[in-house]
Design a protein around this ligand. Structure first.
Ligand SMILES: Nc1nc2c(ncn2[C@@H]2O[C@H](COP(=O)(O)OP(=O)(O)OP(=O)(O)O)[C@@H](O)[C@H]2O)c(=O)[nH]1
Ligand SMILES: [Zn+2]
Length: 340
């Protein structure tokens, strides 16, 4: 037998082994559901992923009950916010399929590989406050991230009570917010600490939202005002310590009174501060999109080049100067680690 033939036969054996292995995995995924679940399974029904824990997830059915389920191996990533088909079980059920996502929030893991963190978010509530003073350009940074996610952004000024006796502060906040309404971004106010969250509650209804913003602006206070029993629900579902620890890091979906959902986790709150590419930044300024590509120089960096279409748009009032400043600041920061 020639060496070549041996090689071919070895190859064939390896291939057959691999095939058997994948067939076994497939069987474990499809035929072994009842064994996986440890008992009888109910009929298929639609549900939504509340949180993912390793090879399991908590699924909320249309009946609003929460079912702990195993995930079939071929499902791919399953994260909070995913719509799924599942079969409830006596102890644990099984998720059998995942529906297409409308949006996908991804972040790089420690190896730099993009991982899905949450699905189907259609609204991002960017929380700011008079104190801590909003970092220059931070709102725009969150807007860029939201535009690239494909969700709708809302700017929420929390701690509005701090403006009551301070006309100077009130004016500087008005100036800060001035560019956004003409661009079509809703701007609302709240006082989380005093439970004044009516406008926020209205905007959450019928949507899947996340709250983002710098530390200290009052996100936790707002979440607690929205979901007074959220803490209780977390501990109910996670009686043992280990799962309790998970809940603090894994993204979790909460039903909002009035019909809507909020996805929250410490990681999600950092959304907007993750790395962005130059293309994402350009795409993220919605009023720039029609003008990019119209500068005199093809490689215009929109700094001080003559014939820059963005700079010219400032003269006509089509672009707010604060937005171009932010754009330049974000581009300059791309290769530097972001502070705060
Ligand atoms: N005056 C005023 N203070 C508020 C309001 N809402 C929250 N605060 C206060 O702001 C501080 C920070 O609130 P948190 O809810 O912890 O802020 P956070 O954004 O969750 O902060 P991190 O957890 O660090 O991200 C607390 O002392 C709150 O009491 C408000 O409507 N008015
Ligand atoms: Zn230019």
């Amino acid at each position: 037998m020639s060496k070549r033939k041996i090689n071919r036969r070895q190859n064939w054996r390896i291939e057959r082994k691999q095939q058997e292995r994948s067939e076994r995995a497939e069987r474990a995924g499809t035929l072994g559901d009842e064994a996986l679940a440890g008992g009888q399974l109910g009929a298929e029904q639609r549900g939504r992923v509340i949180a993912r824990y390793g090879t399991q997830a908590d699924i909320e059915g249309d009946d609003h009950r929460v079912h702990r389920c195993h995930l079939r191996t071929h499902l791919g990533s399953v994260v909070a916010g995913d719509n799924v088909i599942f079969c409830a079980g006596e102890e644990t059920g099984v998720v059998v399929a995942r529906e297409e996502r409308s949006t996908e929030l991804q972040r790089p893991d420690k190896f730099g590989k993009l991982r899905s963190v949450a699905a189907n978010i259609d609204r991002v509530i960017i929380v700011i406050a008079p104190y801590p003073e909003p970092h220059g350009g931070l709102i725009d940074r969150y807007l860029v991230a939201t535009e690239n996610l494909g969700a709708e952004a809302v700017i929420l000024l929390n701690k509005a009570d701090l403006l009551d006796d301070d006309p100077f502060l009130a004016e500087s906040i008005d100036m800060l917010l001035e560019p956004y309404a003409p661009l079509g971004y809703a701007t609302i106010r709240a006082q989380g600490k005093f439970g004044a969250i009516d406008e926020l509650t209205q905007l959450l209804a019928g949507h899947t939202s996340i709250l983002v913003g710098q530390s200290g602006v009052g996100k936790t206070t707002l979440v607690n005002a929205l979901l007074p029993d959220a803490q209780q629900r977390v501990s109910e579902l996670s009686p043992d310590k280990q799962k309790g620890r998970h809940t603090t890091t894994t993204a979790r979906l909460f039903d909002v009174p009035g019909g809507g959902a909020l996805i929250d986790s410490p990681g999600i709150r950092e959304f907007g501060l993750w790395h962005m590419s130059r293309d994402e930044v350009e795409n993220g300024f919605r009023e720039f999109r029609d003008r990019i590509g119209h500068c005199r120089f093809r490689d215009c960096h929109h700094q001080s080049e003559p014939g820059c279409a963005l700079t010219e748009a400032i003269d006509t009032g089509a672009i707010h100067p604060a937005r171009l400043d932010s754009y330049r600041r974000i581009i300059a920061s791309l290769d530097q680690p972001l502070q705060g």
